[in-house]
Structure formats: C-alpha cells, structure tokens
Ligand binder design. Structure first.
Ligand code: FAD
Length: 437
C-alpha cells in the first residue's frame, strides 16, 4: 500500500476503509442470490482514481509488476456484481476521467467516466442527442455502460450496444507496458459488455442522432395481452419516432407510487416516449387495441419532473422492491411470433409469483419483446425452476443472478476469452468474471 502511494501519489490513491468498502460494491443486491454470495466480501486493498490516461497506465503497470488484480469501476450501478473485486487488489475508479472531448455532427468522443445524462444534456444543447441509454443515465458512465450494460431507452429504434451504438474505443491492455489500442468495427465486440476483463476503455466514441422533442405518456389497457399487441403495433409503426414502449402487467403499475393518482387500477400500463407531434397517432392506435392514453408529460416538461422512463428497464424492479422487498427479477427474450402463448403459459403456471414487464426493442434490426419479469422470491431452487420453465417454452433467459459472463448469456464471450489471453496474460483484469478455458 505504501509503495502504491509512493509511485502513484496520494492524490489518486485511497486506502481508507470507508472508500474501499463503498467502491467495492455495486447494485448486486437486486438479486437475492448475488446478495447472499457477495455481501460481506472483503473490500479491495486500495482504490486508485486516475485523472488521465498516463495515470491509468501507471496503475496498470504497477498491478502487472506485482501480480495484483485490477477491477475497473465507472459509477458502480451494475446489477450483476460486475464491479465487485472478487480477489481484492485494486479498484480502478475512472469516474474522474469525465471530459467530453468532442461533439461533432452525429458523434460524441468522450472520456470513459462521463455520465450519460451529462453527455445527453450537452448534445441536446447543440441539436443532437444520445441514441440509447440505461434508465440509470443520470449516474451511469459511458465506459460502464459499454463495458457492463446492454441497452435501454432508445433501443426500440436503435437496438442495443451491439447494433452500431459504439463507434470507436481507446483500450489499454494489462501488460508490463500497457498497449494503447484504437478499436473500431467488429473488433469492438470483444470489449462490449466485457466487465473490464479484456481491456480498459479510456475513451469511447458513440453515435448521436438529431434532437427530438419527446412526449412521455402512459397507455392503459384492459388486459396485458392488449397492451403487448399495442406495443408491437407501435414498434412497427415507422411514422412514429419513439424511444420507449414498455408494457407492464397489473399490479406492477401500482408500485409506481409517484403516479398513483394518474394510473387507473386493475389495468395493464404501457410506458411510452414518442415524438411530440405524434400524440394523436399514438392515441388512435391505443384505442384500436381497446385502450387509451392516460397521463401525458408534454415535451416542454421533458426531464423537469420524474419521468415515465424512470419506471422502466430495471427501474421497474426497483419500484417493485420498494413496495415488496421479496421481489426480484429475470431477464428474458420472448419470441415475437408466439409471445402471447408464452405469456399465457407463464401466467397459467405462476399466477401471482411472476408479473410480466416487457420492453419492446429492435435487436439486430428485428422488433423483439425483451422482458424483465418481476418475480416473487422464495428460494433459489424455485427461482431456477422458474428459469427452467421459461426456457422449456422457448423464452430465452439472460440470467441476472450470476457475475460470470459466460453464464449471463450476453455478448461475444467466445472471442473475449482469446482476446483476454492476449491483452491480459496474467489474468489480472477483474478475475472470476469470465472463464477462459
Ligand atoms: P459500473 O457498474 O461501474 O461498471 C459496469 C462493468 O463495466 C463492471 O464490470 C466494470 O468493471 C466495467 N467497467 C466500468 N468502466 C469500465 C471501463 N472504462 N473500461 C472497462 N471496463 C469498465 N443497464 C442497461 O444496460 N440498461 C438499463 O436500462 C439499465 N437499467 C438499470 C436500472 C437500475 C435501477 C439499475 C440499478 C441498473 C440498471 N442497469 C441497466 C445496469 C447499469 O446501471 C448500467 O449498465 C450502467 O450503464 C452501468 O454503468 P456504470 O458506470 O455504473 O458501470
């Protein structure tokens, strides 16, 4: 510890227990399984907070020389324990590297620690905006999103991280002399959703789209099936620019306490964000599917109050957990050609044990119902029984109750293993998060 302070300077090194504890955790407690496994784990030995690339290089070289594990951290909002240093060592907190380097036509070049909310605000000031972002955008960093997230608001139009939403990245390797790589194109897949295991991103270039004035609204429907079908029709309606289509089964909308006065009970809700001039079209479509558009937040009040999008993606689970601490969630991919049958089979078998929350997205160009169902947790055996049932009826599961990349089921894990051996020969980057055999 003294050597690290000596070599890197006390300004960027933190060794006090409180900082180490705080920066050795993320939001894994959304999963009772991860909570049992990770709670009480000892913190990292030291936190290093570099301010620039040179300091990142020094920290990595120091770790390599001494064989010390390095776990990178953005804002630590990940849900899978990705940012937890399982083998202690160094937590490399990159939140101080938060400069917006360039905003040009259709792109933003950023240091990895910039918060997505800050980027979007700046981009909107010059008539542009970010294309996709997680519901944690106020806190989450761009480096953490690319390395540990998947998609979010905007994914209904632009897809997820693998659909051209990262243009270029500057990567550092974990070697005696860390190499600086500038990566673009398909090679980026070995770094997207890598949990910082194949390299450290210090700079990221993302695409921007023209600024749109967004209206947020809540559609309500007698049944969840109608809400889903309306969602699909809207997803396929090219005349309506949109960012969010999130059908929720009742009683999930009852968990959205700030909206209690505006949500009609016993009805499914669809959380929506679309271009302001299309409100009438959206409303007409809702009527066609037996529903109506209820609460509306006009574009002029966008992000001035709590928004509809603050109840979507994994924020839905958060609101459920606030009401009932026994709730947890799954991540699932329904089949677009038979989702109604799949929904019916799940409801017939699990009733009030599983409530459905879907996010319509465009993945690899195809309109797809992805889902974050809310599950009443009893035991781990029961949770995995539910997972097995989902899979047995053709619903794909991306298990959120594991920190091992190969088991969570996202990303290009095969090619990541090879890249890791090349970039991190001693296996020091976030050990325990990927199997390289
Ligand atoms: P961190 O949690 O700090 O890091 C994530 C992973 O990336 C870790 O493994 C870390 O080691 C690694 N990492 C961080 N920075 C770097 C870097 N510069 N180089 C290499 N590796 C790095 N995710 C979504 O995708 N979509 C959502 O809609 C969404 N909603 C959420 C809602 C809630 C309520 C919560 C709690 C989480 C949600 N998440 C979602 C998960 C998470 O918030 C996002 O993925 C977020 O973008 C992570 O950013 P971060 O800066 O907090 O990353």
């Amino acid at each position: 510890v003294h050597e690290v302070e000596e070599q890197l300077g006390t300004e960027i090194v933190a060794i006090d227990q409180e900082t180490r504890d705080k920066l050795s955790k993320d939001y894994y407690w959304y999963s009772p399984v991860l909570n049992r496994q990770l709670q009480g784990l000892p913190a990292a030995d030291v936190v290093i907070l570099p301010r620039n690339e040179e300091e990142v290089v020094k920290a990595l070289a120091f770790g390599f020389r001494h064989g010390i594990p390095v776990t990178v951290r953005g804002a630590g909002t990940g849900n899978y324990g990705q940012a937890v240093p399982l083998q202690r060592g160094i937590v490399l907190d990159l939140s101080r590297m938060d400069a917006i380097l360039e905003i040009g036509p259709g792109f933003a070049r950023l240091e990895c620690g910039v918060r997505l909310g800050v980027i979007d605000k700046k981009a909107r000031e010059v008539g542009q905006e970010i294309r996709i972002y997680p519901s944690t955008y106020v806190k989450a960093t761009v480096g953490g999103f690319v390395s540990g997230g998947s998609g979010g608001i905007g994914s209904i139009t632009y897809g997820n991280l693998w659909d051209g939403n990262v243009l270029e990245a500057v990567i550092y390797t974990m070697e005696e002399t860390p190499r600086r790589l500038v990566v673009k194109g398909p090679e980026l897949f070995t770094y997207i959703h890598n949990y910082g295991t194949t390299g450290i991103l210090t700079e990221v270039t993302i695409p921007l789209s023209p600024r749109t004035e967004w209206t947020q609204a809540i559609g309500q429907f007698p049944t969840f099936e109608q809400a889903m079908q309306f969602g699909e029709a809207l997803a396929r309606e090219e005349a309506i620019p949109k960012r969010l289509i999130a059908p929720m089964e009742w009683p999930i909308p009852s968990y959205f306490v700030p909206f209690n006065k505006v949500i009609v009970p016993d009805r499914a809700a669809v959380m929506l964000e679309f271009a302001e001039e299309t409100l009438r079209l959206v409303d007409a479509l809702a009527v066609q599917y037996g529903g109506h558009i209820g609460h509306v937040i006009e574009a002029k009040n966008y992000r001035k109050t709590i928004g509809v999008s603050d109840f979507t993606w994994n924020h839905t689970t958060l609101w459920a957990m606030k009401t009932d601490a026994s709730m947890t969630y799954l991540q699932a991919g329904f089949k677009v050609d038979c989702y109604l049958e799949q929904v019916q089979q799940i409801k017939a078998k699990y009733g009030d044990e599983v409530y459905l929350h879907v996010e319509w997205v465009r993945s690899g160009g195809e309109v797809t119902p992805t889902a974050l169902p809310v599950v009443r947790f009893t035991t781990e055996e029961r949770l995995y029984e539910i997972i097995d049932f989902f899979e047995s009826i053709g619903v794909r599961i991306f298990d959120p109750h594991t920190w091992v990349l190969d088991q969570g089921g996202r990303g290009e894990v095969g090619s990541m293993g090879r890249k890791k051996r090349e970039n991190d020969p001693k296996g020091l980057l976030n050990p325990g998060k990927i199997n390289t055999d």
